[in-house]
Design a protein around this ligand. Structure first.
Ligand code: UDP
Length: 372
């Protein structure tokens, strides 16, 4: 009897790899798209630039187990992500940090604010903007309002179609106010981009005689009987034919444009936090340091996910949706040998490393134990 893995993104690839290599069992992995990699999928275009079809994916983790695992399948370069935010006539770093004070205010005001922040917080503290707004000092209250208005308010409205306080606090805490002069987006110990891209990394995970890949194949078209186990990394509501209703998602569309000059902007990602209707511009050649006289950028436009029209990108973690997801989880507990994983299976805002860890844990804490 063979195992079925639904979805050839990072979560599906990890579990397929573990079943095939550690248990020596056969795996059929299917994906309804025409490529492996899920939303991590990338490809080199005619200009020799590695394009991340579904937007920038930056690998970062503090978990040595995850880092060691991914390094079996690819080398990683030493890219460390930085993000700039543009609003009005200003440009600064996100997360907003001590250096940002000097980017957006005159020197005198920046110095006063820096001193107040350093008196109040330990160095290297990260504070969610929602917490940071609870200030007593008038200058810091004003600063919090400024950061909220210029960095979070419109960006979040564009990204989610709702405001930060209507979302799980986890969303706001991803991009804190940072009491630091460290301009990096992530402070994790291990960071980088796979040297030959994410598609190649995932291809290497699936490179095993026990694994058969079948693309352009919908789960609905597959005979469900006779699988030893099913690992489902699609959306859990779809598995149960939406019996309690649809789990909503945000989707994205990307407008790609080529420019016949070496660089379009001076950073891989620039967020447009106020005026424009797109949220950010990605310039892909930065990630692998691709050399080309031209460059490719992608403008990112968030939108609602509509089944059959676009892809799922972000679960929307609000109270109502988390409750709905709970109903599906209860349903899932009633069936044997079907395991839900990944951003869509778990309806969680996983980063790549979290998705990998989730699949590694599923294998170690459930599959191996059930096998004994
Ligand atoms: N965010 C924001 N302004 C920014 C960057 C982030 O308001 O310049 C908020 C926004 O709500 C966003 C969330 O922080 O959805 C998380 O941002 P992150 O960069 O982690 O999102 P991802 O890269 O996963 O799309």
């Amino acid at each position: 009897m063979i195992n079925l893995v639904v979805g050839a993104g990072i979560s599906g690839a990890v579990i397929a790899n573990l079943i095939a290599t550690k248990l020596g069992e056969k795996v059929l992995i299917i994906d309804k798209r025409s490529h492996i990699g899920g939303n991590c999928f990338d490809y080199r275009d005619d200009n020799g630039i590695m394009i991340q079809k579904y937007g920038s994916h930056i690998f970062h983790t503090s978990d040595k187990k995850v880092w060691d695992y991914v390094n079996h399948f690819s080398k990683f370069n030493n890219y460390e992500h930085k993000v700039l935010a543009k609003f009005e006539d200003k440009i600064t770093t996100v997360p907003f940090n001590i250096n940002s004070l000097y980017d957006v205010f005159d020197n005198k005001k920046a110095k006063i604010l820096e001193k107040k922040l350093m008196d109040l917080f330990e160095p290297e503290t990260k504070i969610s903007i929602l917490e940071f707004q609870k200030q007593n000092d008038n200058d810091l209250k004003e600063l919090a309002e400024f950061i909220y208005d210029k960095i979070f308010l419109n960006y979040t409205q564009k990204q989610w179609g709702r405001s930060l306080c209507d979302l799980d606090s986890l969303v706001a805490s991803r991009v804190p106010v940072f009491i630091s002069k460290d301009n990096r987006y992530f402070q994790d110990k291990y960071q980088g981009i796979p040297e030959n891209g994410y598609s190649k990394l995932i291809e290497n995970m699936l490179e095993n005689e026990n694994i058969q890949i079948q693309l352009n194949t919908d789960f609905k078209s597959i005979k469900h009987c006779n699988y030893k186990r099913i690992f489902y990394s699609g959306s859990i509501d779809e598995f149960f034919i939406y019996k309690y209703g649809y789990l909503p998602y945000r989707s994205l569309s990307f407008e790609l444009k080529k420019y016949n000059k070496e660089f379009y902007q001076n950073n891989s990602v620039v967020n447009y936090t106020c005026e424009e209707d797109y949220t950010r511009i990605h310039e892909y050649k930065y990630y692998l340091n691709d050399k080309s006289p031209s460059t490719i950028i992608a403008k990112e436009y968030p939108c609602e996910f509509i089944d059959g029209q676009n892809e799922r990108f972000y679960p929307i973690p609000d109270e109502k949706n988390i409750y709905l997801y709970g109903k599906y989880i209860k349903e899932a507990e009633l069936i044997n040998n079907v395991y839900f994983l990944g951003r869509l299976g778990k309806y969680k805002y996983f980063n790549i490393d979290m998705a990998i860890l989730d699949a590694l844990n599923l294998f170690e804490s459930r599959i191996l134990k059930e096998k004994k």
